[in-house]
Design a protein. Structure first.
Length: 256
């Protein structure tokens, strides 16, 4: 089957496509995160006394745990491949469209590092404030045992999070919402609110912080048409959080 690249897809088909892509990826995560938050808020213990663990161990058997971790990372990237495939199908070169090519490596790395620094420090302050207000669960960024593969898996998990979120929630979703005729403000809000919603399992503070990050990243993408700097920034933020927690003394993170 061939697709006429000059002929836009019907809006009904586009809406269905967006719902399906999000339904097998981050909208599904948002629903589970919302239910988890409701469960936390209605539990006997206050939210601040509960724990949200990222990158949890999947088995007491190290080899099996590693297998589960790698499989989880791999299959989490399938919706990314689907989103890029669908954009390629009717828009042509999705890599160029989303800014996933290697044409501007210096720009991508420099802006990625700048965004990580600009988001990271205020984000830590917001997280500290949320913890003091009791609107976040205590966060464990890395719940893996200390094994030879722990740090490589955490780096891969950080990169997987970045690729999934930035390509699907920013590049793909914003492109498709613009194809559907949404106004710029609504596109930014949709991307930011979706990003915040699938972090609700951590608490309301995480929702606000990630929604703000989502708005900043959405504005950056609209201006530059490049998603690679966002992937770089997100990867750096998660690597620092995951690997730092795994390697540094636990009392350094007592404020979480």
């Amino acid at each position: 089957m061939t697709v006429d690249l000059g002929r836009p897809l019907p809006r009904a088909a586009l809406r269905t496509e967006v719902l399906l892509v999000l339904g097998v990826s981050l909208a599904q995560s948002a629903v589970y995160a919302t239910v988890t938050l409701i469960a936390r808020l209605t539990a006997a213990r206050p939210l601040a006394e509960q724990t949200a663990t990222l990158n949890a161990s999947q088995s007491p058997r190290p080899g099996l745990d590693l297998t589960y971790q790698l499989l989880g990372i791999f299959f989490a990237l399938v919706p990314v491949l689907l989103a890029v495939h669908l954009l390629n199908r009717d828009r042509g070169d999705a890599r160029a469209l989303l800014g996933l090519d290697a044409r501007r490596p210096g720009f991508d790395l420099a802006w990625g590092a700048a965004l990580a620094g600009g988001i990271g420090l205020p984000g830590l302050a917001l997280f500290w404030l949320a913890a003091r207000l009791g609107i976040n669960a205590s966060l464990v960024p890395a719940g893996l045992p200390q094994l030879w593969w722990t740090v490589p898996v955490l780096v891969l998990a950080a990169a997987q999070n970045a690729v999934l979120e930035e390509i699907v929630v920013v590049g793909y979703l914003m492109t498709r919402l613009r194809d559907l005729g949404w106004r710029i403000g609504a596109v930014i809000a949709a991307s930011a609110l979706l990003r915040g919603s699938y972090h609700l399992y951590q608490g309301l503070g995480a929702f606000v912080g990630n929604a703000i990050m989502g708005a900043v990243f959405a504005l950056f993408f609209l201006r530059t048409k490049r998603v690679l700097p966002l992937i770089v920034a997100h990867t750096l933020l998660d690597v620092v959080a995951f690997v730092g927690y795994a390697l540094l003394p636990r009392d350094w993170f007592s404020w979480l």
